[in-house]
Design a protein around this ligand. Structure first.
Ligand SMILES: NC(=O)c1ccc[n+]([C@@H]2O[C@H](COP(=O)([O-])OP(=O)(O)OC[C@H]3O[C@@H](n4cnc5c(N)ncnc54)[C@H](O)[C@@H]3O)[C@@H](O)[C@H]2O)c1
Ligand SMILES: [Zn+2]
Length: 352
């Protein structure tokens, strides 16, 4: 259906089309002279799509290999990255060869990171298979893994040479992970596109608009990443709802709301607070609440806002005595406000 071209030195093509998985090899062949391709995936995705992608690579003339690691965020650590690199060594990949990351954000982030550091960097391709990875993590070149000290604390910018998005893979995705993606999609609408917001509000079935919506989200991320690859300015807007969302996830010890659900609640709470302080057009929070409800996303957390603010003070995005908060002026228009940390409690207080 669509092709999006990311321009600049970190550029790449992003193809979005149902059934694209079957032609993965052919499309990857067009962008590389590699002899070998190592598919890195997890234990769930390998069963669903591993053989299909490997076969397609073989048919396109690659000598291909398949490596899978135990699915889930708990695997997102340096030990698994080492396993990936050892799989590259076992396959004797050279600088000319290529890694294919097949799976969700956990796979893409780690396989991308392993590719960034193996032989000081080899090429990789993303085939994202979760909604979140299709609209978000596969684009923009952020790779890495978690440490016991926190999420994504180690990593590198390493852009894929190609991103292949097959919306058909979402059919097998469990609901919990679909919600994650929908939370991020609503975020894109709120920060940049009233048109996308209206499409989400107006649709009868999400499946009908899936491809379109993926295209629009990727295009928004493309534009932001082209302007600000290393997150000095505009790229911060992608964190809308995340500072509070991360605090909710942490408060619940990552066993409560899923990421996208927590981001949804985060966007709603911060917009209520921002309306109360005169930064946002009245009625915006109600619109957000309506959309979250439409997609059966939660609109509340049991956590007390003071406790959440305390957790937010340790956010990775904190700079000295200020925290960069992303706010919306109205649906589709967003900005960054540097908030002194001693004003944070007051900012959220009216929301109680
Ligand atoms: N690099 C970035 O810019 C960026 C942005 C956002 C999030 N992330 C990272 O992404 C990660 C979350 O990504 P995720 O939600 O995709 O997690 P994930 O990779 O763990 O995938 C979620 C689950 O779905 C399974 N799965 C994947 N595709 C499937 C399919 N088509 N059918 C059935 N099951 C399938 C996986 O095996 C896993 O169990 C986090 O670690 C986060 O830090 C990175
Ligand atoms: Zn997110």
């Amino acid at each position: 259906m669509g092709k999006i071209v990311v321009k600049g030195e970190n550029g790449c093509d992003i193809l979005i089309e149902r059934g694209l998985l079957e032609n993965a090899g052919e499309n990857i062949r067009k962008i590389t002279k590699a002899n070998k391709a190592l598919v890195i995936t997890d234990t769930n995705v390998v069963k669903l799509y591993g053989d299909r992608v490997k076969k397609s690579l073989d048919e396109a003339g690659f000598e291909s290999f398949l490596f899978s690691f135990p699915a889930g965020e708990t695997s997102k650590n340096l030990a698994t990255v080492t396993d990936m690199i050892e799989a590259m060594c076992t396959a004797k990949l050279t600088r000319n060869d290529i890694v294919v990351a097949l799976g969700g954000g956990v796979t893409g982030d780690m396989a991308g990171f392993a590719s960034a550091i193996y032989l000081r960097g080899i090429d990789f391709v993303q085939i994202p298979t979760t909604l979140l990875s299709q609209v978000d993590s596969s684009v923009g070149g952020k790779t890495g893994c978690d440490l016991s000290f926190g999420k994504n604390l180690v990593g590198a910018f390493h852009n894929p040479k190609l991103v292949l998005i097959d919306p058909d893979t979402i059919k097998t995705l469990p609901d919990r992970y679909k919600n994650d993606g929908v939370g991020e999609i609503i975020k894109y609408a709120l920060i940049k596109s009233e048109k996308l917001f209206n499409k989400l509000i107006g649709c009868d079935s999400f499946d009908d608009i899936l491809e379109d919506v993926i295209y629009e989200c990727v295009d928004i991320k493309r534009e932001i990443v082209e302007n600000d690859f290393t997150e000095k300015g505009e790229r911060m807007l992608l964190n809308f709802g995340h500072t509070l969302g991360h605090a909710i996830e942490k408060y619940e010890n990552y066993g409560g709301l899923a990421h996208g659900e927590a981001v949804g609640v985060g966007m709603l709470y911060i917009t209520r607070a921002s309306e109360n302080s005169g930064n946002t057009e009245t009625g915006t929070a109600d619109k957000i609440e309506k959309l979250l409800k439409k997609f059966s996303l939660p609109t509340k957390t049991d956590a007390n806002i003071d406790e959440l603010v305390n957790i937010m003070l340790y956010d990775k995005k904190r700079r000295g005595d200020k925290l960069n908060l992303v706010l919306v002026k109205n649906v589709g228009s967003s900005f960054v406000k540097a908030m002194p940390i001693d004003e944070l409690k007051d900012f959220f207080a009216e929301d109680k």
